[in-house]
Ligand binder design. Structure first.
Ligand SMILES: NC(=O)c1ccc[n+]([C@@H]2O[C@H](COP(=O)([O-])OP(=O)(O)OC[C@H]3O[C@@H](n4cnc5c(N)ncnc54)[C@H](O)[C@@H]3O)[C@@H](O)[C@H]2O)c1
Ligand SMILES: O=C(O)[C@H](O)COP(=O)(O)O
Length: 315
C-alpha cells in the first residue's frame, strides 16, 4: 500500500514497520489542504493527528482503492466517521497509546486543585508566603465522579484506587461496567455524591454537556477536571458556577476556544469567559497536553501498526 502521513510522526516506529512490510510511506505534513486534496489520488491510506478535517470533501478526494485513515491519537471528532463507513474506509485510532499519560495528567490536575499547587507556586515566586490560605484537602476523603468510563475513565479509576477515595463512574452508553475500581452509577446519583468530577466523554452529541443546568444539579460544590474536549464545557456557565462557588476550582487541559482562537489570536484577544479563567487563582490551565508523552507517541505508533496489519495483512 502507499500511505500518506499528513501529520508529523512523533515516533519513527510506524513508518519503519510499514516500510519493512513493503508499504511505501510519503511524508506530506508540509502540504496545505488544497495540495493534500490533489495528492490523495495516489494513496491507499493516510495517517493524521488533527491537522486537517477528514470530512466529506477530503474523503471524496480519495481514490476508489483507498482503504484506511489511521488517527495518531484518540479523538475522532474531526473525522466524518459515517461517510468513511459508507465508503468502506476503515478508521483506526490509538487510545492504547495515550491512556496512561491522560490518566496521570488527570491525577496530577486533581492533586493540584486539592492542594492549591498552582496558586501556592505562583505566590512563592511572587514573594508571598501563604500557609493557612493554602490548606489542602485529602483526595482519600472525597468521592470522585468519572463521567465516561471508556479508555481514559477506566485508566483514571485504576490510578485513583491507590488514594483510598470512593470512585463513581457514570457512562450513558455502557451497561454493567462497574468493576473493582469504580461503582457504576446514574448521573443523578453521581451529582448527589461527587466532590471531584472528571470528564472523559467524547464530543459527538455532547457539545456544551456541562452547562448551567448540569452545574446546578450537583448537591455539593465540586472540583472539575476536563482532559476530554473543550467544547464539552460551556465556559460562560462554568464561570458563573465558579462565581457562585458551585465549582470550587477547575483544571482544564482542553478549552472551548482552542481551535478557533489560540492559533489566530493573542491570549488577551480570547473571549471574556476565558479571560476570567486566566485571571482566576482557582484554575489550572494546560495547553491540550494531557495525552502527550514520549511513551504515548511510541504507543500510538505500535497500536496503529498492529491495527493496520491486522486489517490488511496479505490482502
Ligand atoms: N487531552 C488529551 O490530550 C486527550 C487525549 C486522549 C483522549 N482525549 C479525549 O478523552 C475523551 C475520552 O477518550 P476515550 O478514549 O476514553 O473515549 P471512549 O470512547 O473510550 O470513552 C468515552 C466514554 O464516554 C461515554 N459517553 C459518551 N457520552 C456520554 C454522556 N453524555 N454521558 C455519559 N457517558 C458518555 C461513552 O459511552 C464511552 O464509554 C475523548 O473526548 C478524547 O477525545 C483527550
Ligand atoms: O485525541 C487525542 O489524542 C488528543 O486530544 C491529542 O490530540 P492531537 O493529536 O490533536 O494532539
Amino acid at each position: 500500500m502507499r500511505i500518506a502521513f499528513l501529520d508529523k510522526a512523533a515516533h519513527p516506529y510506524l513508518k519503519n514497520a510499514l516500510t519493512l512490510e513493503g508499504h511505501t510511506v510519503d511524508e506530506l505534513d508540509h502540504l496545505t489542504r488544497p495540495d493534500v486534496l490533489q495528492a490523495l489520488q495516489l494513496y491507499d491510506g493516510l495517517m493524521i493527528r488533527s491537522r486537517l478535517d477528514i470530512d466529506r470533501e477530503l474523503i471524496d478526494a480519495c481514490p476508489a482503492h483507498f482503504r484506511f485513515v489511521a488517527r495518531w491519537g484518540v479523538g475522532t471528532d474531526h473525522i466524518d466517521l459515517k461517510y468513511a463507513e459508507e465508503r468502506s474506509i476503515k478508521v483506526f485510532n490509538s487510545p492504547e497509546g495515550s491512556k496512561h499519560t491522560v490518566a496521570e495528567h488527570t491525577l496530577g490536575m486533581m492533586l493540584m486543585l486539592l492542594n492549591h499547587l498552582g496558586r501556592a507556586d505562583r505566590q512563592v515566586r511572587g514573594g508571598e508566603w501563604v500557609r493557612r490560605g493554602n490548606i489542602g484537602t485529602e483526595l482519600g476523603h472525597l468521592t470522585v465522579g468519572l463521567i465516561g468510563y471508556g479508555n481514559m475513565g477506566q485508566e483514571t479509576a485504576k490510578r485513583l484506587s491507590g488514594f483510598g477515595c470512593r470512585v463513581l463512574a457514570h457512562d450513558k452508553f455502557r451497561k454493567n461496567y462497574g468493576d473493582e475500581y469504580a461503582e457504576e452509577i446514574t448521573l443523578n446519583q453521581l451529582q448527589k455524591e461527587a466532590d471531584v468530577v472528571s470528564l472523559h466523554i467524547f464530543l459527538e452529541g455532547n457539545h456544551h454537556y456541562a452547562n448551567a443546568a448540569w452545574f446546578n444539579a450537583f448537591a455539593k460544590p465540586i472540583y472539575l477536571i476536563n482532559t476530554a474536549r473543550g467544547q464539552l464545557v460551556n465556559t460562560e456557565d462554568l464561570v458563573a458556577a465558579m462565581e457562585a462557588d458551585r465549582v470550587l476550582s477547575a483544571a482544564l487541559d482542553v478549552h472551548e476556544y482552542e481551535e478557533q482562537s489560540f492559533v489566530h489570536l493573542a491570549p488577551n484577544e480570547l473571549p471574556e469567559p476565558f479571560q476570567y479563567l486566566r485571571r482566576s487563582e482557582r484554575t489550572v490551565l494546560t495547553p491540550h497536553i494531557a495525552g502527550w508523552s514520549a511513551e504515548a507517541e511510541e504507543g500510538h505508533a505500535h497500536a496503529l501498526f498492529a491495527k493496520i496489519e491486522a486489517a490488511f495483512r496479505g490482502r
